[in-house]
Design a protein around this ligand. Structure first.
Ligand SMILES: C=CC1=C(C)c2cc3[nH]c(cc4nc(cc5[nH]c(cc1n2)c(C)c5CCC(=O)O)C(CCC(=O)O)=C4C)c(C)c3C=C
Ligand SMILES: [Fe+2]
Ligand SMILES: [Fe+2]
Length: 344
């Protein structure tokens, strides 16, 4: 006679599942100075983000930055905050919801943030508790950077350190040159350009900046951004007809030298070079956020127009639109091979 499974007194066994955890940067819970202070305190204390010894950096952060920046940043967040909250959080949530169901009922999709809510540790443990024995962690950064990809993965692995029974883990590699990503950007930018009521003289591809020192230390981020911009320029060549995709780096922070050219300086210089109509894209951001909606679409426009530009368009990120979601399905399906059937 066989014994009942599980035997009496055994902890409950949930059905076996596969998890996909999308991770992104994170955002304040509300567009007020207190919430922004809490968020920036966590974000800017990350040694992967600010690579200055804590003994030197923390007094500057706690004594100066967290007493001045939150009020200014909260105002900026207020300009882009939607009915469903911070754009970054709302869009990442929608991406996760749209993916749920794409890989069959045994695949659970969720999302988490490196800073703020929902925390990576909570969602990862929740996935394990729901029966996920295999989990794909998918940092939604096309270009690898230690300050983004690595710190998100670090946080996930730190959470696993506390588990007796760990799930098997895979992580999504950077996809800066993946044909699925370049193709999605091409399709989206082509249709965005076709919908404009002017023809831009130039396309500026703005990526988040990093301290120049990180390139010298071996971070591939700068090279990944350059390759994305080159491949996208080549893919768009038939519609651009000789006009180039110009690369620039935004969001400089602090006094150190950052990757250049700077987006704000590029936009202010273009009209002087005869470029009066511009379209700006942000291919490194998988979701629109403060850095795109306020820094590019509002302040970028102001700099360009103040310098004599006549027409400015900010073209939104892939977000949860059809090309971006098709790309995410392709990338994730590939990483799940061997865990799910190929035809799922
Ligand atoms: C040393 C400071 C910073 C580094 C390095 C950095 C790298 C980096 N950031 C992103 C993506 C995003 N950053 C966002 C906001 C943001 N970034 C910094 C500073 C650094 N970023 C600050 C202080 C802020 C907060 C806003 C402000 O006060 O200016 C966001 C938007 C978040 C949101 O809530 O909408 C994103 C996304 C990348 C990709 C990156 C390195 C490659
Ligand atoms: Fe940033
Ligand atoms: Fe910014």
């Amino acid at each position: 006679m066989t014994s009942p499974h599980p035997p009496a007194g055994h902890p409950p066994i949930p059905p076996r599942k596969i998890g996909v955890l999308l991770t992104n940067l994170g955002t304040p819970d509300a567009p007020d100075a207190k919430s922004v202070k809490r968020y920036l305190g966590e974000f800017l204390s990350d040694r992967r983000v600010v690579e200055i010894p804590a003994i030197a950096w923390q007094p500057i952060l706690r004594g100066i930055i967290l007493n001045t920046r939150p009020k200014k940043s909260a105002h900026a967040y207020g300009l882009v905050w939607g009915e469903d909250g911070s754009p970054l959080a709302a869009i990442t949530r929608r991406q996760s919801q749209a993916l749920q169901g794409a890989f069959g009922q045994h695949v659970l999709v969720d999302y988490a943030m490196r800073y703020g809510n929902p925390p990576i540790a909570d969602r990862l443990i929740a996935m394990k508790d729901a029966g996920c024995e295999r989990i794909l962690i998918a940092p939604l950064y096309p270009q690898y950077c230690a300050a983004t990809t690595a710190t998100a993965n670090d946080r996930a692995f730190a959470a696993l350190a506390g588990l007796r029974w760990q799930p098997a883990i895979r992580t999504l590699p950077p996809y800066h040159d993946d044909p699925a990503y370049i193709g999605a950007l091409k399709d989206q930018v082509e249709s965005q350009l076709a919908a404009l009521d002017f023809t831009p003289d130039a396309i500026v591809a703005s990526f988040h900046g990093m301290p120049k020192r990180t390139l010298e230390l071996g971070d591939p981020y700068h090279c990944h951004c350059q390759k994305t911009a080159r491949l996208l320029g080549e893919a768009l060549a038939p519609v651009l007809g000789g006009r180039e995709v110009t690369i620039a780096f935004q969001s400089r922070f602090g006094p150190a030298k950052w990757l250049g050219p700077a987006t704000d300086e590029t936009l202010a210089a273009l009209p002087g070079r005869g470029v009066r109509k511009v379209a700006v894209i942000a291919p490194g951001f998988s979701a629109d956020c403060l850095e795109t909606l306020e820094e590019l679409a509002i302040r970028g426009r102001e700099s360009f127009v103040a310098a004599g530009g006549t027409d400015f368009a900010y073209l939104p990120c892939l977000n949860d639109g059809a090309p971006g979601m098709a790309m995410l399905r392709t990338l994730i399906r590939r990483e799940l091979l061997g865990w799910i059937d190929q035809d799922m």
